[in-house]
Structure formats: C-alpha cells, structure tokens
Design a protein around this ligand. Structure first.
Ligand SMILES: [Zn+2]
Length: 454
C-alpha cells in the first residue's frame, strides 16, 4: 500500500502544547503527524514530498478564532477562496469565520452553504461560527441546537454585542449544554454611538466622537458575572483595554470559565496611529493607549489572553475612502498577523514558544473541550498540536526574515492595513493542511518532489 508522506526537514520544531522544542525532522503520513525526531532518522521514508526547513521554525498550523470571510453577501470585500488563500499565506491552517454575512449564519442552511463553499474553494480549513440571535438582531435566540448540529464551533453576534443581559444569560446556558463557547463582542453601544476611535486626545484633535474604554469593560464585567452565575463558558473577543485585562485575570483566578483573545493590532498599535486620519487605522474596538498595549502584552505572555486572533476584516477601498467618521471599521490582518505579533518577541516581551502557543494550543483550547457531546464534531483531532496522530497541520516560518508590507500583493481582497509600506520581521515560508502543502513561499523555501537527492 502506498502512503502519502511529507517530510519537513531540519527545522526547529516548537509545539508548546506537547512540550516539544527540538531541531529535527517531522514526518506526516496520510494527513497525520507520524513521527518527530533526529534529522535523517525518519523511519522508512523514500520518495514523497520534502519541505526543507533548515533555519526555520516548524510549528503546529496556526488557528484563527476570529475572521470575517464576507461570504455569502459581501463577495466584493472577500470570498472564502480569497480569504482562505490569505490565511494560508499567513500560516493559518484553520480559520473560524464570523457569522455577520448576508444572510447571517443563523440557520443550518446558511452554515451548510459556507461549508460547501469552503470545501469547493477553500484553501485551509474553515470552521463556521453561528449567530447567537436571529439575524444578529439581539431580539430572540437563534436555534442554537440546530446550528450546533450543522457544525458551528461557537456562537457570536460579532460586529455587535449581545446587548440584552437576559438574552445573554439564556444563550450562555444553552451554549453550555451544547459544550460550545459564546464569543462576545463586548461593547455597550449606548456609550459608543457615533464613535470612530478611542475616546482620548486623538479623537479630540480630529474632532471625532470617541469610544471609551469603559464601554468595553462594563460588558466584559457583565459577561463574567453571567458566566459565573450560569456556570457557563464565555470567550471575550478582541480584548483592547487594560481594564478588561484585569477583569479577565481576576475572573480566571476565581475560576470563571472564561477565555480571551487579542488581535495583533491591539497588541502593537496605539490611537496615535490614527492621528493623521488614516482610515486604515479605524477599527472596532479602536486602537487604545500605550498603557493598554503594554497590559495586553503582559496578559498575552501570562496566558490570561489565551489566543492571538486576527479579527481579519477586509473592506474595499471605497468603504475606507469616505472620511474618518463614515469609513468602515476593520483591518485586513491575516497576512501580517505573524510578523506583527513577532514584534513582541523581537522586543523581548514574549518568548517565541509562547507566541507559537497563542497561535496554536491556545486557540485550540478555546474550541475543543473533551467533556461535551456536540463540540468538536467539526474540529479535527489533535488540532493545534504536533503529537503523533494529530492532524498534519504545519506552519513553517522564518522569525527573522525582513519584508515590506505591500497590500497590492495581498491574496485578500481587503487592502486595508495600517502596515502598508512598513518593514516587518518574520514571514511564513510554508503552510501545510492535513499533509498537503497549500502555500509555499518559493523565495524562502523549496518544496521538492521526492526521490530527488537532497
Ligand atoms: Zn467584533
């Protein structure tokens, strides 16, 4: 019997979840991790595909808990095909897509549509997130049981919060029974209406309405208390303030079942980035202050923030070129996520293994919990890990390679990035999904078909 083999050769293999940090070879057979060991020692490998990874980091495939693929309904901004190609270039092998499409993912039929499109046109694995409320209107709960049956891995009304506390309480209870998390976009919109950026000196200077930190924090505090009371699980999307960080840290200490994510941009940029009026720095939640950025970095290193999530939010240039107040919120982030997050490593605020953990084991832990019947049915075994038997998702990257961000070269249709023209350090060299090389940056690495001497 012939087997499909992929040998990732000679890299520094880092899998913090499995306690692996070793220079050597990684063998994937028939889509699953088969062996890790000394260079040249893989058992019985002749032929197959070889990915030379000398001098590179070999990590479990990155998992993005939060991206917007815009399909169905907004295909001029992004499609599942273009968004997953961007994901592959960014080193992501699994992306969870938010349900604020048109129609929104509030019924099994729409979820099936996304899954079918991902199978036919997707480059990496797509795990859909279902709506909490019908039409994301915040009035009545969606049929969460049916959505779980269709394979959603979480629930969210992202783009909006679940504003009603009673509705959120019931949603948390139902999600807990299904063993799935609710990912809440924490924003008290009565405090942010008409706001365009952080409530602070930059907003004042530009004459724009601000969005105060406390609008996020009151919702985080509410969600913590609701999760505590319901003994349910809540995940806080795109944490952006120091106050939210300390609430989450305290909640974890008191054993509330809570997880959290932060985006590369909130971990590195402040409101000052928008001071020139560049709408590519307009994002929700807004870029905050230096202190917020510092506290987020500390929380990421501690693990209080479990995952780095992109909140990839592609927009057309028209959506962004209508003046700051009217411009759409969002950053196209999949293709810069690794390099931007590596800024923290290069600054000495985060070690490389922890960075890998927040892109792999961290998000995997948010998705997969063993104790429930429904969860995990569409999350492959061993995702986020390189333990033998785990799904063969692998990301190979050079943490030190410098490159200049050129949005016109993005695979994403969204060119809206605050990093355009900036020199960043760290680049994905190859991305492997279930043993298949789906992206290979030939400038840094060569995939060679087997039986070639190397
Ligand atoms: Zn959001």
């Amino acid at each position: 019997m012939r087997h499909d083999t992929l040998l990732v050769r000679g890299g520094r293999i880092i899998d913090p979840g499995a306690g692996i940090d070793v220079v050597g070879d990684l063998l994937v057979v028939d889509g699953r991790v088969a062996w890790i060991g000394e260079a040249g020692g893989a058992p019985g490998v002749t032929g197959g595909t070889v990915l030379p990874a000398e001098g590179m980091v070999v990590s479990p495939g990155f998992i993005d808990l939060h991206c917007h693929l815009r399909e169905p309904g907004f295909e001029s901004k992004e499609t599942i095909a273009s968004g997953t190609l961007a994901a592959a270039r960014g080193g992501f092998t699994t992306v969870c897509c938010m349900p604020n499409t048109r129609p929104p993912l509030d019924s099994p039929a729409t979820v099936e549509l996304v899954k079918a499109s991902a199978v036919s046109g997707g480059v990496v694995r797509v795990l859909p997130i279902g709506c909490v409320t019908v039409g994301q209107e915040g009035l009545e709960l969606a049929d969460m049981e049916a959505l779980a049956g269709a394979g959603v891995v979480a629930f969210s009304d992202d783009g909006r919060p679940v504003a009603g506390s009673e509705l959120m309480r019931r949603a948390l209870e139902r999600a807990a029974r299904l063993g799935l998390p609710i990912m809440d976009h924490c924003e008290d919109t009565s405090m942010t209406a008409g706001g365009a950026l952080n409530d602070g000196p930059v907003a004042a200077r530009l004459g724009l309405r601000g969005m105060p930190a406390i609008a996020e924090e009151v919702m985080v505090a509410r969600d913590i208390e609701l999760a505590r009371a319901a003994m349910a699980r809540v995940h806080i999307a795109h944490v952006s303030t120091a106050g939210a960080v300390s609430l989450i840290r305290e909640a974890k200490r008191s054993r509330v079942d809570i997880t959290a994510e932060a985006t590369p941009h909130h971990l590195t940029l402040t409101e000052e980035r928008a001071s020139g009026g560049d709408t590519n720095a307009k994002v929700n939640p807004p870029l905050r202050t230096r202190r917020d950025v510092e506290e987020l970095g500390v929380a990421l290193a501690e693990g209080v923030i479990d995952a780095i999530a992109t909140d990839h939010a592609p927009h057309s240039s028209r959506d962004k070129s209508v003046g700051f107040a009217a411009a759409a919120f969002g950053i196209s982030g999949l293709e810069t996520a690794l390099a931007v997050a590596l800024i923290l490593v290069h600054q000495g605020r985060l070690d490389l293994a922890s960075l890998v953990a927040r892109l792999t084991a961290g998000p995997a832990g948010v998705l997969g919990r063993e104790s429930n019947p429904t969860a995990g049915q569409s999350v492959p075994k061993g995702i986020g890990s390189l333990r033998p038997g785990a799904v063969g998702d692998v990301t190979v990257f050079d943490p030190d390679l410098e490159w200049v961000v050129a949005p016109q070269d993005f695979a994403s249709k969204g060119r809206n990035t605050p990093w355009a023209g900036r020199r960043l350090k760290g680049k994905v060299a190859a991305t492997v999904v279930a043993g298949s090389v789906v992206y290979n940056d030939s400038r840094t690495i060569d995939a060679r078909k087997g039986n070639q001497r190397s």
